[in-house]
Ligand binder design. Structure first.
Ligand code: HEC
Length: 516
């Protein structure tokens, strides 16, 4: 033990009482954390089922907030920060997680509420200043029993080529827009598909149904506008279309959406950015194809691409469908010199985003890019759309699979590797906890009669379930295993907010549950 640490320990021993008395309060410690990191989604009308605005709301969900932040399932950030740190990460620091935990353990003190930051208001417009194009899809009345992926075709009206420098999607209705892929196309195919469908837009999952569509953006809740590095842009050819492919989740009744996309472009030519799935599911990239996962099997695939010329890359976005489990991409510049790009240890189709590097990366000619992806086509995978499992092969449908790693790239120029894309100081994360995401899914929420828990299949014999009310009182409840998921019968539960504590060996997760 060094002297400094000893000193800290002594100080702690002496001032222990005081530290106790100074446990973080909501007004000055917790509200800033929640408003900055959670309110993008946990707000009235937001994508998350409950709002954390105000002291009462934070207190109501305190135990779940503590659980979700300790398990690192919230905020949702599927990329593993221990593999590579990214620009503009949406992650809590070890200290913030500790502050939340201390606050809950101290009985959720409010502190002087006049010192709390102003309550955030729901986002309505774009954060892009002076956007050149604002395109709005027609009003669409969403009515789903299953997940729906709908493509809306929006002509750009551009009579000359432009270079896209910034893009942001603004959902018309945050509570039903789960994620959006943005494409650009100049062929007539999307228009034809659109006119063949009686409703606004047309159905399409994965791609747009047109082989010439190029992806120009990805939006998931909480994603900021996407910016190209200075002097670079994606070419938007004249007379083209933007295609917004919107994912509406299941069980929506007559909610109207009218999402918008904001684009900023340069009229003078910039260094052209391409977005290419350099690692992909087709030979020669796919090393052990075809991409085929027999029913009840888990399979791993490897892709490879040798970079033929010096390039610079600045963002990466992996893409798989529903039974994808994990995916990783890295570049071997030469033996012993590996550039780790991204690792997603627990893939979730619903939280795919684009990750920007903190600096532009030079990828010298001859670098071998590698991608490793794993798929789980067993009934133990809660996100398997087929029950019982069916063989899955390459394709665009929900129930097909893909393996793509998109790279945002341009031709290398001297000095690119010095371009910094995020000037903020990275947060100090605790390295002892591993990242965990949404492997356990509870639905519906709010629930009236039966609350289902998926993703606990393999652990069903080892897990304990305890239901608590907001005062922390244990509430008796019964559950049963239905062969696929755990079902809680909550018919006799009083209406209100609860949290369900799921615990196993070295594992706890608190799920917020709202009883109607
Ligand atoms: C990008 C959007 C987004 C952000 C940011 C976000 N959440 Fe969530 N959160 C959701 C959604 C959506 C759900 C609903 C369940 C799901 O999809 O997993 C949810 C569910 C939850 C739940 C209940 C389920 C569980 O996992 O225990 C808690 C608690 C929670 N969030 C806490 C937080 C906290 C605390 C923060 C900030 C530190 C935060 N969330 C940030 C979108 C978000």
């Amino acid at each position: 033990m060094n002297l400094r640490r000893l000193f800290t320990l002594i100080l702690l021993a002496v001032t222990g009482k005081q530290i106790q008395a100074q446990s973080p309060d909501w007004a000055e410690k917790i509200a800033p954390i929640l408003y900055t990191n959670c309110s993008g989604c946990h707000i009235e009308g937001g994508i998350a089922p409950m709002s954390f605005t105000g002291y009462e709301a934070a207190k109501t969900y305190a135990y779940s907030i503590k659980g979700a932040t300790q398990s690192k399932s919230m905020p949702p950030w599927p990329a593993d920060p221990q593999y590579r740190r990214m620009a503009h990460e949406k992650l809590l620091s070890a200290q913030e997680i500790q502050d939340i935990s201390d606050w809950v353990d101290a009985g959720m003190p409010s502190g002087d509420t006049t010192k709390a930051p102003a309550a955030p208001s729901p986002k309505t417009g774009s954060s892009i200043l002076n956007a050149n194009l604002k395109l709005k899809m027609p009003d669409y009345k969403v009515k789903t029993s299953n997940d729906e992926y709908r493509c809306f075709v929006l002509p750009t009206g551009l009579s000359a080529d432009k270079f896209l420098t910034e893009i942001e999607v603004v959902p018309g209705n945050y509570s039903v827009v789960h994620h959006v892929l943005v494409f650009h196309d100049t062929s007539k195919v999307p228009l034809q598909l659109d006119s063949a469908d009686p409703n606004p837009g047309y159905l399409g999952f994965g791609g747009t149904g047109s082989s010439t569509s190029k992806m120009i953006g990805v939006w998931v809740p909480g994603q900021d506008p996407f910016q190209m590095p200075p002097g670079m842009g994606i070419k938007l050819e004249k007379n083209g279309y933007i295609i917004l492919q919107v994912h509406y989740p299941a069980n929506i009744q007559d909610v109207t959406d009218s999402s918008k996309v904001y684009l900023k472009y340069s009229s003078s030519a910039l260094r052209e950015v391409g977005i290419a799935p350099a690692l992909n599911h087709i030979a020669p990239s796919l090393q052990n194809g075809p991409l085929y996962i027999p029913a009840n099997q888990k399979k791993d695939f490897t892709s490879k691409y040798t970079v033929p010329i010096d390039i610079s890359i600045f963002a990466v976005a992996p893409h798989m469908h529903l039974i994808g489990q994990k995916i990783k991409a890295f570049g071997v510049v030469k033996p012993g010199d590996t550039n780790k790009f991204i690792s997603i240890p627990q893939w979730d189709f619903h939280w795919q985003r684009t990750y920007t590097f903190t600096k532009v990366q030079k990828i010298p000619s001859g670098t071998v890019l590698w991608g490793n992806a794993s798929y789980d086509n067993t009934s133990g995978n809660p996100l398997n759309p087929n029950k019982p499992p069916k063989a899955v092969s390459l394709g665009e449908a929900t129930t097909d699979e893909m393996m793509l790693v998109y790279f945002w790239y341009t031709l290398y120029q001297n000095g690119d590797e010095n371009m910094v894309l995020d000037t903020t100081q990275p947060k100090n994360l605790s390295h002892t906890n591993s990242f965990a995401t949404h492997s356990i899914v509870g639905f519906p929420n709010p629930a009236g009669e039966i609350y289902h828990l998926r993703g606990v299949t393999n652990e069903k014999d080892r897990l304990n379930y305890q239901l608590f009310n907001v005062a922390g009182k244990l509430i008796p409840c019964s559950w049963k295993w239905n062969g696929e998921e755990v079902e809680f019968d909550i018919r006799n539960l009083a209406a209100g907010n609860y949290y369900l504590k799921i615990s196993g060996i070295g594992f706890t997760k608190n799920m917020a549950l709202i009883k109607l």
